[in-house]
Design a protein around this ligand. Structure first.
Ligand code: SAM
Length: 247
C-alpha cells in the first residue's frame, strides 16, 4: 500500500486475525478503550439505541451477534431490553468466547446470552432463525464479505434487521490527517506494549484502510438482498453504522 505495509494474502488473512484475537482476548476490552479513547462504548451504545430491542416482546425475540467476541453488544442489548430478549454471540475464536462466557456468568446473564463458535461466512444456524443480526468491528476481518452478508440475510426472519458497526472513511478535513497519523503511528506501538507484538496491529490498521467506503458498503448490503439500506457516520466517519431489513 502507499503506507509501505505488505498486503496479507487472502488465504492467510483469517489465520492472522485469529492469532491477534487469541493473543489479546484477556486484554481486548482494555485495548479497545485505549485505542479508541473510550469512543467504542459511545458508538456501541448508539448502535443499541438504533436497534431498540423490545422490552416486552409478544413472543421470543433473539439477536444474533456475529463476531461478537467477548459479548459487548449482546450484553448491552439484553440489558437495554430489561432482560426481555435473548442473544447468541457467534465468533470464530474460542478465546474471545471464553472471556465472554465468564463475564456473562458473573453478570448472571448466562440464561439469556449463549456463546457459539462459528464462522460469519458459514453460520451454524438454520434459515430464518433470528429477529436481528448485529456485527460490530467484525466484518472487516472476514475474508469473503459478500458471503458473510448473504449468510446474515439467510439466518434472519422476514422483518428482521441487520446492523453493522465498522470503522469507516473519515469525511472531515484535518480529522482524516490526525486519524491517519494516530492509527499508523500510535496503534502498533500500543499493541506492542500491551500484547508484546505490534505487527498484528499494523495489519488491523491496514484492514481499516482497505475496507470499502460507506456508499460502496451500502451497495454490497443491498446486493446481499437487504432492503431500505441506510447508514450514519459517527465521529466524522471514524465509524459508520449500516442498517438493512429483510422483507
Ligand atoms: N464485536 C466485538 C466488539 O465490538 O467488541 C468484537 C470485535 S473484534 C474487533 C473482532 C472479532 O471478530 C474477533 O472476536 C474475531 O475473533 C472475530 N472474527 C474474525 N473473523 C471472523 C469470522 N470469519 N467469523 C466470525 N468471527 C470472526
Amino acid at each position: 500500500t502507499s503506507f509501505g505495509f505488505t498486503t496479507v494474502a487472502e488465504g492467510q488473512k483469517q489465520g492472522m486475525v485469529n492469532d491477534v484475537f487469541h493473543k489479546v482476548a484477556e486484554r481486548y476490552d482494555l485495548m479497545n478503550d485505549l485505542m479508541s479513547g473510550g469512543l467504542h462504548r459511545v458508538w456501541k451504545d448508539a448502535m443499541v439505541s438504533v436497534l431498540a430491542p423490545p422490552k416486552t416482546p409478544a413472543r421470543e425475540w433473539t439477536l444474533l451477534d456475529v463476531a461478537g467476541g467477548t459479548g459487548d453488544i449482546s450484553t448491552k442489548v439484553v440489558r437495554r431490553s430489561n432482560n426481555a430478549v435473548k442473544a447468541v454471540v457467534c465468533d470464530i475464536n474460542n478465546s474471545m468466547l471464553n472471556v465472554g462466557q465468564d463475564r456473562a456468568d458473573k453478570a448472571g446473564l448466562s440464561e439469556l446470552i449463549r456463546f457459539s463458535q462459528g464462522n460469519a461466512e458459514d453460520l451454524p444456524f438454520p434459515d430464518k432463525t433470528f429477529d436481528a443480526y448485529t456485527i460490530a468491528f467484525g466484518i472487516r476481518n472476514v475474508p469473503d464479505i459478500p458471503k458473510a452478508l448473504r449468510e446474515a440475510h439467510r439466518v434472519l426472519k422476514r422483518g428482521g434487521r441487520f446492523l453493522c458497526l465498522e470503522f469507516s472513511e473519515v469525511d472531515v478535513p484535518l480529522l482524516d490527517k490526525v486519524y491517519d497519523a494516530f492509527s499508523f503511528k500510535a496503534i502498533p506501538p500500543m499493541g506492542q506494549v500491551i500484547t508484546g507484538d505490534g505487527e498484528p496491529y499494523r495489519y488491523l490498521v491496514e484492514s481499516i484502510r482497505k475496507f470499502p467506503h460507506q456508499e460502496r458498503f451500502a451497495e454490497m448490503i443491498r446486493e446481499a438482498g437487504f432492503e431500505r439500506v441506510t447508514y450514519r457516520n459517527y465521529t466524522g466517519g471514524i465509524a459508520a453504522l449500516h442498517s438493512g431489513w429483510k422483507f
